[in-house]
Design a protein around this ligand. Structure first.
Ligand code: ADP
Ligand code: MG
Length: 250
């Protein structure tokens, strides 16, 4: 014979209230001890379920994002990076730019924290429930080239198009051929006005044309990227080199 609690759990699972079902025993004991009203008890059960679901959703979004490292904006030392003020950073953290589908272009030489800031902003976005995807330009070109061939690539493109925020890291790191530039344009065009894009690059937009080969396509891509954009120029010395651990101390 099933006791009442077991029956209750079974019913909750059938109704897909599975998170609360797994802790219903202790919730019952707590509420009995605290002499909660029925209302308060029910509220605690539903609250638990909703909180857990939200947590799960955010965990899932983290996995989907494919970050190269786990760093947040709190880990970012602003004193080391004078080109970005606390006020600017706090404004970016509010994520109005995602709501308004603005893009962000982070420029500057290697090691200044472009990727770190991009990931940090995406972490903020995910915590608010937005979907984000991180991809290096190199990987993106590979994925674009194989989207009709490999299911994995096709799914990556789908994931990118579904995202509210797409980070394209190290744009123009390598030269593209005409076909690749064209596929890249098509992707940017699909994201245009729909998803925010963060681009990191150690080359300025004036140099992008050279690497994309075709001036027409470059102009078309740039038009869409900079229609609504915040451009951040990072300056200074590489954080990596400044903070490099000494391997040979003696
Ligand atoms: P970039 O993308 O500009 O080449 P990264 O974002 O990869 O640079 O930064 C290089 C490393 O230095 C990363 O580990 C990053 O977390 C760290 N870093 C760079 N700038 C800062 C900073 N101002 N505060 C803390 N860590 C930083
Ligand atoms: Mg980088």
């Amino acid at each position: 014979m099933m006791n009442t609690n077991d029956l209750l759990k079974k019913q909750m699972r059938t109704l897909r209230i599975t998170e609360a079902a797994s802790v219903i025993d202790s919730l019952l004991i707590q509420s009995e001890h605290g002499q909660d009203s029925y209302q308060v008890f029910l509220n605690k059960v539903l609250d638990y379920e909703l909180k857990k679901r939200e947590e799960r959703k955010i965990q899932k979004l983290y996995k989907l994002a494919r970050f190269p490292f786990n760093k947040t904006l709190d880990d970012f030392n602003l004193e080391e990076q004078q080109s970005l003020s606390l006020q600017q950073l706090n404004q970016l953290k509010e994520l109005n730019w995602i709501e308004q589908v603005y893009n962000i272009i982070l420029l500057g030489p290697p090691g200044l924290g472009k990727t770190h800031i991009a990931v940090g902003l995406a972490v903020e976005a995910i915590n608010k429930g937005y979907q984000a995807t991180f991809i290096s330009m190199g990987d993106l070109v590979k994925v674009l080239n194989t989207q009709d061939l490999l299911t994995k690539s096709k799914n990556t493109i789908k994931r990118i198009l579904k995202s509210d925020l797409v980070i394209i890291d190290d744009l123009m790191y390598m030269a593209m051929n005409g076909q690749e530039a064209n596929l890249f344009f098509q992707l940017i065009n699909k994201l245009y006005n729909k998803s925010s894009i963060i681009i990191t690059s150690n080359k300025g937009p004036d140099e992008w044309g050279e690497l994309m080969g075709d001036i027409g396509i470059t102009t078309a891509i740039l038009d869409r990227l900079i229609h609504k954009v915040e451009i951040i120029h990072l300056k200074g010395d590489s954080y990596r080199i400044k903070h490099r651990q000494t391997i040979f101390n003696n």
